[in-house]
Design a protein around this ligand. Structure first.
Ligand code: PLP
Ligand code: TYF
Length: 396
């Protein structure tokens, strides 16, 4: 039965984790996978999460099946974060939101649903993008292409190219957009550029799918969410996947969501009923713990304030590390101007280093980034940064 089964390639990012774990270099630094570590190099367990869990443990509850679409208070909290609780889309009931198994789960539910409603549509992801975007939509049965995004020479967004790609797309094309903190490049488009993207999407009749995996890591929760308001104001119907993996440091709990903004409440009810079929036929209903924790935090004013403070600390620390990296590279003797690192946003930096340089960093120094030159700035800290700067200086 399995004799003809071929070995599948490793995930280019998660595969690095295995290689890192096996590396015996005592100075090794993992800048591969997108995970936030604190200044001691530890994965944080947020205080807001601990407080919510303590309250839950003080009053233990049995674990029945959740509704197919998840915890109602969780879905309401996701809607509030994405659209603003007092805003028209939520108030009018035209958002269909389901709890999902991480942001990946949200994308997958959306992709499977889209395959039913737009079976022949093409999907466009940014060039480059999080590689799982391509794999996920391909596995859902779509043909996946790219829209222009990164300009290596300019070190920024090839915005004219991006607009040209969107304007050349066939009506109904599904466009996967990074709501903020573009992965892997770290370059976001400006508010004015979003307006142009939205105008193109509207004029061409494209279907926007916003991937919001890093809300709060760019400029703030509301600031990063503002792009959603622009799509709402344009009168578009669209998809938003949400991930709390990074913003709650709850990677392993798999907490995320999918929201679909529909024309009216009746349409949202019908869409929700279809999303529930996708869920039912894949894993029936979501797990309880992570969703309960996030709902408890987001729906309690004190814990929510604590979360915003802790998320703000993560955001500020990453920004500080960007500056320290730029300064450290200069001090280590790197001649080229690396200040572009501070104009990038979110967890990642596209360093501009070549594959050969990245392989040397890994093999000779135990500094792990992806072959594309992406480094996770959120894994730098005051103890490892000098080492990383010296290693980079050696290979450039
Ligand atoms: N989308 C992007 C752009 C990401 O970087 C990630 C990172 O993991 C995800 C989606 C998936 O998030 P999750 O880990 O919650 O599935
Ligand atoms: O890009 C990253 O590093 C994160 C984590 O298949 C990740 O988004 C990487 C690969 C993958 C799932 C998550």
């Amino acid at each position: 039965l399995f004799s003809a089964v071929e070995m599948a390639p490793r995930d280019p990012i998660l595969g690095l984790n295995e290689q890192f774990a096996a590396d015996t270099n005592p100075n090794k630094v993992n800048l591969g996978v997108g995970v936030y570590f604190d200044d001691n190099g530890k994965l944080p367990l947020l205080q807001c999460v601990q407080a919510a869990e303590k309250t839950m443990m003080d009053k233990p509850t049995a674990r029945g099946y959740l509704p197919i679409d998840g915890i109602a208070a969780y879905d309401a909290a996701v809607k509030g974060l994405v659209f603003g609780a007092d805003n028209e889309p939520v108030k009018s009931g035209r958002v269909a939101t389901v709890q999902a198994i991480g942001g990946t789960g949200g994308l997958k539910i959306g992709a499977d649903f889209l395959k039913k409603v737009s079976p022949t549509a093409q999907v466009l992801i940014s060039d480059p993008s999080w590689e799982n975007h391509r794999a996920l939509f391909t596995n859902a049965g779509f043909e996946v292409g790219t829209y222009a995004y990164y300009d290596a020479e300019k070190r920024g967004v090839n915005f004219d190219g991006m607009l040209a790609s969107l304007n050349a797309a066939a009506p109904g094309t599904i466009v996967v957009l990074h709501a903020c903190c573009h992965n892997p490049t770290g370059y976001d488009i400006t508010a004015a550029q979003w307006d142009q993207v939205i105008a193109a999407v509207k004029a061409k009749g494209l279907t926007p799918f916003l991937d919001m995996a890093y809300q709060g890591f760019g400029h703030g929760i509301a600031e990063d969410g503002a792009v959603i308001g622009k799509f709402v104001a344009a009168g578009l119907n669209f998809f938003v996947s949400t991930s709390f993996s990074k913003s709650f440091s709850l990677y392993g709990e798999r907490v995320g969501g999918l929201s679909v903004l529909c024309a009216d409440k009746a349409e949202a009810d019908r869409v929700l009923s279809q999303l529930k079929i996708v869920i039912r036929t894949n894993y029936s209903n979501p797990p309880t713990h992570g969703g309960a924790v996030v709902a408890a935090v987001l729906n309690n004013p004190e814990l929510r304030a604590l979360w915003e403070k802790e998320l703000g600390e993560m955001r500020v620390r990453i920004k500080a590390m960007r500056q320290t990296l730029v300064d450290g590279l200069k001090a280590a003797g790197v001649k080229q101007d690396m200040s572009f690192i501070t104009s990038q946003i979110g967890m990642f930096s596209y360093s501009g280093l070549s594959k050969d340089q990245m392989v040397r960093l890994r093999n000779e120094f135990g500094v792990y980034g992806t072959d594309t030159g992406r480094m996770c700035v959120a894994a730098l800290n005051s103890k490892n940064i000098d080492y990383v700067c010296k290693a980079i200086a050696q290979v450039v």
